[in-house]
Ligand binder design. Structure first.
Ligand code: HEC
Ligand code: HEC
Length: 386
């Protein structure tokens, strides 16, 4: 059942791709970003790109994790013997996260908000030893310009078009120049992540909000629970904003705040040596924030298993059951006992049927129901790259 579903979903994704790329003219900068995003040559063993861990077929998260969430709750690196301790969140729709606000504790990129924009974020993976594992910025630029890189000629053209840079005449001893080029690489990737390809708003739920389709009974019941008895919309807003001119701004299914759901520590072998993850509290060195992670968008959620920062839940059924029954004594202790939210979740009193209804509603959030954003939609504000 799960397998069949995955297969169908991939197929839908491909249909969208074909439809979207013909309708979508990318700027030189976005085109460059797209090439960089999909280029495995830019990793230590030439075997990993951004897309390896953030692919459309897995709702812009890791396809290996999505296919085998129990075995691989986290991504493997370019060095296949290494892995990090956190689950890869989707890169799709990430561009809408506002810059991290230290006063309000809202926004930012990563589970703990430590990068401000998708541009800032994109500087991390190339140099992370458990990800693309390049030794330094100059090595990334050199791999882009390398004659052995199958894309090197295209890069020459698009770096010139987008930035007026001649990749053939780079002084690798000029550190300021290298850092400036690295900044442009990140900016181009960020600009690609802002395109319709990653933010298409083409789910069944979007078409429903636009008045172009109706929900099945079970989907409608799930929506009512999401916004009612389940209280999910308190953190994952589902309501559209109806604008004065009649246009609709679709919801992002996250308010970008931070919370500790009380998720147990993973007992998967890949995470055996991982320290307790304090999340936002670890990053800010503030015990009042220990155990809190950024509220995820739920767009494309059925595609991007496993779920939560440590990939503890392999299926949507599992995580919905956890929200419903966390406090009934059948779950392991939270990874971080401090600051667990006991008010909004943990004992929702949902029946098995209501849990199933919620899951079916979540499955309406997968892009590709239609092939373009509804005409009466206007995009939410995209955070400017800086
Ligand atoms: C080896 C797998 C891997 C690779 C390769 C990788 N990422 Fe990630 N990505 C992750 C993980 C894991 C996280 C979460 C890390 C954390 O929160 O500390 C993440 C987080 C992100 C986020 C933050 C999303 C959010 O909602 O906070 C974005 C955007 C992103 N990656 C884009 C990229 C881009 C662009 C590249 C290529 C330059 C890339 N990633 C390469 C695994 C990967
Ligand atoms: C109090 C705020 C809050 C409420 C209420 C809430 N969530 Fe969440 N949700 C979060 C946070 C925070 C995370 C990320 C937690 C983590 O990784 O540890 C999350 C993660 C998720 C994920 C996994 C996302 C991913 O990409 O891994 C799903 C699915 C989800 N929530 C569904 C729901 C459903 C369904 C409900 C209602 C029954 C709900 N949430 C209610 C805050 C909330």
């Amino acid at each position: 059942m799960k397998k069949k579903f995955f297969g169908t979903a991939v197929l839908t994704g491909m249909v969208v791709l074909a439809g979207a790329s013909s309708a979508m003219a990318l700027t030189a900068q976005e085109k460059l970003g797209q090439m960089l995003y999909f280029d495995k040559y830019l990793s230590l063993n030439h075997n990993q790109s951004c897309a390896s861990c953030h692919h459309q077929s897995a709702g812009w998260a890791d396809p290996l994790n999505a296919a085998m969430p129990d075995v691989y709750p986290v991504s493997l690196g370019s060095d296949r013997t290494l892995n990090g301790c956190r689950n890869a969140p989707p890169s799709g729709y990430a561009a809408f996260s506002p810059v991290f606000d230290l006063q309000m504790l809202v926004g930012g990129q990563f589970w703990d908000g430590r990068a401000d924009t998708v541009k800032d974020q994109a500087k991390g993976p190339f140099l992370n030893p458990v990800e693309m594992a390049m030794p330094d910025e100059a090595a990334v630029i050199a791999a882009i310009a390398d004659k052995n890189n199958p894309k090197s000629r295209a890069y020459q053209i698009f770096f010139k078009q987008a930035y007026g840079v001649n990749l053939k005449s780079i002084d690798y001893m000029d550190n300021a120049l290298i850092l400036d080029l690295y900044d442009k690489v990140a900016e181009a990737i960020g600009s690609f992540e802002q395109t319709k390809r990653l933010t298409s708003f083409t789910s069944k739920y979007d078409y429903y909000l636009a008045g172009m389709t109706t929900l099945e009974d079970q989907e409608a019941r799930g929506l009512a629970i999401f916004e009612g008895k389940g209280g999910c919309n308190a953190c994952h807003p589902s309501a559209p904003q109806v604008n004065a001119d009649g246009t609709i701004t679709p919801p992002l299914f996250t308010d970008f705040t931070y919370d500790n759901l009380g998720v147990p520590k993973s007992d998967n072998v890949l995470l055996a040596n991982c320290p307790i993850d304090l999340g936002l509290g670890g990053r800010l060195n503030d015990p009042a924030q220990d155990g809190k992670f950024k509220v995820s968008s739920l767009r494309n959620i059925e595609m991007s298993a496993p779920y939560t920062h440590n990939g503890y839940f392999a299926t949507l059924q599992d995580i919905v059951h956890f929200y419903n029954t966390r406090d009934n004594g059948t779950w392991p202790a939270p990874e971080v006992a401090a600051n667990v939210n006991t008010i909004e979740l943990g004992n929702l009193g949902l029946s098995a049927q209501e849990e199933a209804d919620l899951v079916v509603f979540l499955q309406t959030l997968t892009d590709g129901f239609g092939n373009k954003m509804p005409d009466n939609f206007v995009l939410p504000t995209i955070t400017p790259l800086q």
